[in-house]
Design a protein around this ligand. Structure first.
Ligand SMILES: Nc1ncnc2c1ncn2[C@@H]1O[C@H](COP(=O)(O)OP(=O)(O)O)[C@@H](O)[C@H]1O
Ligand SMILES: CC(=O)OP(=O)(O)O
Ligand SMILES: [Mg+2]
Length: 400
């Protein structure tokens, strides 16, 4: 039988999302989420097969290897194990590929070493991605492991947008520059947005707003990324669930000198206790909006700071692109938070932006326009699907 299945692994700092897809149709055979990896107390696994009951259990999860083995067991129970002859490839989301990896890549020793070398640039993400690859290889060394890099789509960003204005030698020696992340999503969504407009990707300029727990914006000109809001690490740019996004770098010196905080403590502050959570205590946009509507001032401020930053990037990318055909909202917040979309473009008629509230609040799920007929710039909601995109790229590579 022809191997047509691709298992996609998306390892986060404390979670593992996985999907088994049958290609090239992209039909989902099973999806799962393993949470609370390496944290105190038991971890949790939820496995949903395409046919049959969803299964949920608690289990010890000391590390990512344990999480992947547990996921493998669930798949095996459905006859879909990592050693199944139907498996054509395992596709891995790898967050940091530096400037080395511009395309999906079959993993070998050299690739593993390079991902390892990039660990200092993505300390939360790359070790988890490596653990996923190594464990999958240990379970089945014969199936190709394909790494799909968050940074790959951003390697087209020109130097004038990617270079920080710091000492050039220091920057070069330590590889300090803007890399950008969520590239698989920005690529997928910008292409789908062109489709929605009935045009080819080469013909359109799109601003994609990936607003999930992590959040980033990208300026995409004719299918090529020319700027993005994340930088050396996924900390820069927009206000996120728990990350600060842009701050004056002197905040770090100030906290070190005046508050006596260590680098590790400031790192933790900016990555985990900032953003919406830092401003109001909640990192979930649903909760922020609910509290704001109930008159909570801290939640109101958190929402307003989030929106102000988003609008600043939106305006900046109009200047970067010169001509904008569409703005696309995606990921958990972008796809669901109607209030965020309304506030993001409110009063921007001069830029050709407007939202039709009837379309904005309609219960549709698929890619759709939410701007009124007359608007010069299309505003769209385009659900992202990083797993499908990774499976598509991995399947194409192993069949090439
Ligand atoms: N109906 C909703 N309204 C507002 N925000 C939502 C809604 N549903 C999900 N979200 C937001 O989406 C976020 C998760 O987005 P997601 O893209 O899944 O993030 P990640 O991949 O980074 O985990 C949640 O933190 C939540 O704030
Ligand atoms: C790179 C990044 O921020 O990823 P996530 O949004 O999954 O945390
Ligand atoms: Mg995500």
């Amino acid at each position: 039988m022809n191997a047509t299945q691709v298992l996609v692994l998306n390892s986060g700092s404390s979670s593992l999302k996985y999907q088994l897809l049958d290609m090239p149709e992209g039909r989902r055979l099973a999806t799962g989420l393993v949470e609370r990896i390496g944290e105190e107390g038991p971890g949790r696994l939820v496995h949903t097969p395409a046919e049959g009951e969803r299964r949920e259990r608690e289990l010890p999860l000391p590390d990512h290897a344990a999480a992947l083995r547990a996921a493998g067991d669930e798949l095996a129970a459905d006859g879909l194990g990592l050693d199944s002859p139907g498996l054509a490839a395992v596709g891995h989301r790898v967050v940091h590929g530096g400037r080395t990896f511009t395309e999906p890549t079959v993993v070998d020793e050299r690739v593993l070493a390079e991902i390892e070398r990039l660990v200092p640039l993505a300390p939360l993400h790359n070790p988890a991605n490596l653990a996923g690859i190594r464990t999958a290889l240990a379970i089945n060394p014969d199936v190709p492991q394909v790494a799909v890099f968050d940074t790959a789509f951003h390697t087209t960003i020109p130097d004038h947008a990617a270079c920080y204005a710091i000492d050039a030698e220091v920057a070069a020696e330590h590889r300090v520059r803007r890399y950008g992340f969520h590239g698989t999503s920005h690529a997928f969504v910008s292409r789908r947005t062109a489709e929605l407009l009935g045009r080819r990707p080469e013909e359109v300029n799109v601003i994609t707003l990936h607003l999930g727990n992590g959040a980033s914006a990208a300026a995409v000109a004719g299918g090529r990324c020319v700027d993005t809001s994340m930088g050396l690490t996924p900390l820069q740019g927009l206000v996120m669930g728990t990350r600060s996004g842009d701050i004056d770098p002197a905040v770090v010196f100030h906290l070190s000198r005046v508050a006596g905080m260590s680098v590790a403590e400031i790192d933790e502050l900016l990555n985990s206790h900032s953003g919406l959570r830092g401003l109001c205590g909640d990192n979930d946009m649903r909760e922020v909006v609910r509290r704001m509507d109930a008159g909570d001032e801290r939640a109101r401020l958190a929402f307003d700071v989030y929106i102000h930053r988003l609008r600043s990037y939106l305006g900046a990318y109009f200047a970067v692109l010169g001509r904008v055909d569409a703005v696309a909202f995606t990921a958990g917040v972008g796809e669901n938070a109607t209030r965020v979309r309304t506030a993001a473009v409110a009063g921007l008629d001069a830029l050709g932006l407007a939202v039709d509230e009837r379309l904005n609040t309609a219960a549709d799920r698929g890619p759709r326009l939410i701007s009124p007929e007359y608007a010069r710039v299309a505003v769209a909601v385009v659900p992202t699907d990083e797993e499908l995109e990774i499976a598509t790229q991995a399947f194409a590579l192993v069949n090439a």
